[in-house]
Design a protein around this ligand. Structure first.
Ligand code: APR
Length: 254
């Protein structure tokens, strides 16, 4: 466990974060790793389901070919997520939202743990595993637990699919545009727990940097974004984010 002394934060980051009025945070699977959510990549391996790489089972083509198999994968993922709780990284990010004049949280995660930690207005770039959507009229349904997943759309009677952005699909209308506009206006941008290989999400820190924001990455491993960032804090988000807050805003608890 790192202590305040070990977490080397530049004076630049301390000053910028302390003076910041508009903060932007982009998260990926790594922010949920300490809650027990398996990441897709990192540690040199990728997730596989019944011999299929996750980007095959989680694809638009698979919805056309075998929707039942897609639901089996997402029912399994939901069964893994159901007992899991937010970790200190989620809690710290939720606490930040009331600390600045403007705060934007954009996530690639579909696990709903940011919302469970109390984050409001989360921009979900890749959808949410706790929702289903009609393949025809796009009506959306909350899925509290596995048992309650409706078999078909109550509006038009057609099939439902996970309300998640699958490989080969566009992001939800407007989500990226709002995220990009907010990234352009922020003073400080944190990139937490993403391998930054999936676009357009990975372009958001680049947009923030180009607009003059101070960009800081939090990740135990270097990523393709590390070069673009002004500063990299190497380690686990659940340890670093609370320490960073204590260091920059002494006397403030999560
Ligand atoms: N704290 C911070 N970062 C962590 C932690 C941790 N405790 N544990 C792992 N990481 C980092 C890994 O080093 C890796 O860089 O989190 C990153 C996870 O990367 P991915 O698994 O590729 O997840 P992500 O970047 O969110 O993937 C993007 O790809 O699979 C699709 O749609 C899916 O939203 C996902 C997108």
């Amino acid at each position: 466990m790192q202590s305040i002394i070990e977490l080397r934060i530049s004076d630049e980051l301390r000053g910028r974060f302390r003076r910041a009025r508009n903060v932007f945070v982009l998260t990926g699977a790594g922010v949920s790793a300490e809650s027990g959510v398996p990441t897709f990549r990192g540690g040199g391996k990728t997730a596989v389901w019944k011999g299929m790489p996750f980007d095959v089972i989680s694809s638009a083509r698979m919805v056309e070919r075998d929707l039942a198999a897609v639901w089996e994968w997402f029912d399994y993922r939901r069964s893994l997520l159901e007992p899991l709780e937010p970790n200190p990284a989620h809690m710290q990010i939720a606490a930040w939202q009331d600390q600045f004049d403007e705060f934007t949280l954009v996530t690639q995660n579909i696990d709903g743990l940011h919302q469970k930690a109390g984050s409001r207005g989360v921009i979900e770039l890749h959808g949410n595993i706790w929702r289903a959507r009609c393949v025809t009229c796009h009506a959306r349904y909350d899925i509290a637990s596995r048992q309650s997943r409706p078999d078909a759309c109550f509006e038009c009677g057609d099939a439902l699919r996970p309300d998640v952005v699958l490989f080969g699909e566009m992001l939800p209308a407007g989500a990226f545009e709002v995220a990009a506009a907010n990234a352009q206006r922020c003073d400080v941008c944190f990139v937490v727990g993403t391998s930054a290989v999936v676009y357009p999400a990975a372009s958001l820190p680049e947009i923030a940097r180009a607009a003059g924001a101070y960009v800081c990455e939090v990740n135990p491993e270097r990523t393709s974004l590390s070069e673009v960032c002004n500063e990299v804090l190497t380690g686990k988000a659940g340890e670093i984010l609370p320490l960073l807050t204590k260091n920059v805003f002494p006397g403030q608890s999560c």
